[in-house]
Each structure stands twice: as C-alpha cells, then as structure tokens.
Design a protein around this ligand. Structure first.
Ligand code: FA5
Ligand code: MG
Length: 345
C-alpha cells in the first residue's frame, strides 16, 4: 500500500474511532467514502499511472475502501447499541410504584330502587311509561281534577315557569298523559317513574326535588281490594315480610276513595324518633281509586270501567330499605355515601 493510502487509512481509523454519534459517523463516511471523498480522489490518481500498474493499484484502493466500510459498519452497530441503551435508561419504569386507581362508579341508590320497582311490576305484566319533567298545568293539575282556583293546589307548592308551564309536582301528570293517550282503550296497566319538584322546605324526609313512581291500572271490575293486594305485595317485596304497613284514609282530588300508606319507622322500631317526627311511621305513598270524573275527562266511561292509582316516593323507600336517616344524603354527591351501595342489590 502506498504511503498516501496508509495515511488515508490511519486518518479514517481515528475519525471512525472518535465519532461520538451516528450523525458524526455519517459525516466520516461522506468524508472518506463519498463521491468527493478521499478514497475516490485516490481512484482518480489511477489515470496518471502506467498501464501495468493500474490493476494492482485499483485492487489496493478497493481493499482500502472495503476496510474503511467494514470499520464504519462496526462502529455504526456499536453506536446504535449505545443509543438504544441510553433510550432504555431514559424510559426506565419503576414497577414497584403503586398503579393509578381507576374509580369505578356505582349505581345511585335511587336508580337501584327504580330498577327494583320496574323489575317487580314488569314481572306482573305492567309496562313502563315516561313523560316530561317540564309539564303543562293541564296534565299536572287540570286533568287530575284540580282546576285553577281549587284549594287542593295548595297541597303541592309549585315551581311555575309561566302560568301554564311548571316543573311537574307529581308523577300523576304522567298518569294523566297515559289516560289521555289510551283514549278509552282498556286495559291499562303501567308504572311511570321520574323526578318531581315542589317548593317544599328541605328536612330529613323532604326534598324540593325527589323521585316518585306512579302506578295505574284501569279495566273492568278493578276494586280497592286489588289496590290493597298490589301495594301489600310491593311493600313485602321491597321491605321483607316483617315490616309493618298501614293504610290510612286520605284525600286526593284525583282518587276516590283515597289512602296513604305508611311503613313502620326502622330507626326507632316504631317507638318514635326525629326521622319519623315521633309518629313511629314513615309515609311512602298516596293512592286510591281513580276518580270517576278523571276517567270521564280522559274519555273513559266510569260505569263500564274502574281503576286504581298510586304514587310512591322513591327516597322514602330507599331510606326505609337501607336505613338512611336523612334524605339529603341522596343529593350531596358524597362518594363515601354512594360507594356503600355497591354492596346492595
Ligand atoms: C302525591 O303526590 C300523589 N300524586 C300520589 C298519588 C298518586 C295519589 C296516584 C293517588 C293516586 P303526596 O304528595 O302525598 O301524593 O306524595 C306521594 C309520596 O311522595 C309521599 O308519600 C312521599 O313518599 C313522597 N313525597 C312527597 N313529598 C316529598 C318531598 N318533599 N320529599 C320527598 N318525598 C316526598
Ligand atoms: Mg302525602
């Protein structure tokens, strides 16, 4: 190998050796092996040589080129390995760290009660109906036999939006929609669960927003005994057979006769406490036989059919069933409270 070639090789060696990165090594490759690189310029010298020396010279330059290429490849593999090592070190994860806790929600206790009631009544052949929370006075009051100047309007203090539009005060509004929709066609057998609103003062058992589930059955020969049997069945399914239930005569403009149903207070075992206002009982629902005038207004002949209806408060049912002593718990969004319900069904 000529002196010049030796020199190129030693320069290339030290340049390759000291290349600190893949980019740096690429620059070395261009410097020695590129079109204008030192090895190419050695090749260019060939034309000045006598003919017989050309093959040997060409061979030597080729050997030099292969030698430099090999060294560059080796260095490249080495640098790539180092780069990979550095990348891995940067991405190092501590597998002993605790994982991120994914919070899984639970079903809200009021929705649980709604679903239990739906299952119960679907099992008895009822259907489930829905209706709007922003309601017309017509369905909330007029069709329920409560005309504008009727004193019974005071029984439910109402949030009005305008004189004819309000937040429904009871699920009875949906009962009226369903009666009107049926247009005299029998039988009717349905429940309508949903939110209702009243300007009630909040306390342990009252909320200005709460949930009810309405029940409605209309057909031939439906009697108060059917209502009583249905409500007793519902009470024992929801609270177990042990809990005491009482029927109390009451008044609603849309039922005649009317009753209210109380369940013995689980917090004091009926002895009287602040939750049951020292009565020993907690009221869960209002009910009665659909008033003949309501049937008439909705296109039914009260001489040919009769019906019963009830409206049960879901918060009250949940309180009695799960031993919750303050209704406000349902609306505070306290996860410690809500999380306890993943243990119930
Ligand atoms: C009514 O709302 C009638 N519409 C029920 C009805 C339907 C009677 C069909 C006849 C036929 P009342 O206002 O009593 O009735 O309410 C019914 C139930 O809703 C109560 O028994 C109670 O469980 C619940 N409730 C009433 N007001 C509140 C309140 N402010 N907070 C929580 N629950 C309430
Ligand atoms: Mg009542």
């Amino acid at each position: 190998m000529s002196e010049r070639m030796e020199q190129v090789l030693s320069e290339a060696r030290s340049a390759i050796e000291s290349a600190a990165s893949l980019d740096g090594l690429n620059a070395v490759r261009i410097q020695f092996l590129g079109k204008k690189g030192s090895i190419q310029s050695l090749m260019a010298e060939m034309k000045n040589l006598p003919r017989e020396e050309k093959p040997a010279f060409g061979q030597k330059v080729n050997d030099l080129k292969n030698e430099v290429s090999r060294r560059i490849e080796e260095k490249q593999a080495e640098l790539a390995k180092e780069a990979e090592k550095a990348r891995m070190a940067g991405e190092k994860i501590d597998i002993t760290l605790p994982g991120d806790n994914l919070e899984i929600g639970t079903i809200h206790p009021l929705i649980m009660i709604q679903q239990q009631l739906e299952d119960l009544f679907l099992g008895m052949g009822y259907t489930v109906a829905e209706g709007p929370e922003v309601e017309q006075d017509h369905y909330n009051f007029e069709l329920a036999n409560i005309p504008k100047d009727h004193p019974a309007r005071d029984m439910q203090d109402t949030f009005y939006i305008d004189p004819n539009t309000l937040l429904r005060t009871h699920t009875t509004a949906m009962q009226m929609r369903e009666l009107e929709k049926a247009n005299g066609k029998l039988p009717i057998k349905l429940i309508c669960p949903g939110k209702v609103y009243r300007r009630d003062d909040d306390d342990a058992t009252h909320s200005h927003q709460f949930m009810q589930c309405e029940g409605l059955v209309v057909g031939e020969h439906i009697t108060l005994a059917d209502l009583k049997g249905t409500l007793e069945y519902m009470a024992s399914a929801m609270f177990g057979k042990g809990r005491k239930v009482r029927f109390r005569p009451s008044y609603f403009p849309f039922t005649e006769p009317s009753v209210e149903v109380d369940v013995s207070c689980p917090f004091c075992n009926g002895k009287g406490c602040s939750v049951c206002k020292h009565t020993g009982w907690i009221e869960i629902l209002g009910a009665g036989m659909v008033h003949p005038h309501v049937l008439e207004m909705n296109g039914f002949d009260p001489k040919k059919c009769s019906g019963f209806a009830f409206g049960v408060g879901l918060e009250r049912v949940a309180m009695l069933k799960y031993g919750i002593d303050d209704i406000r718990n349902f609306y505070m969004n306290d996860l410690r409270f809500l999380k306890t319900f993943d243990r119930f069904d």
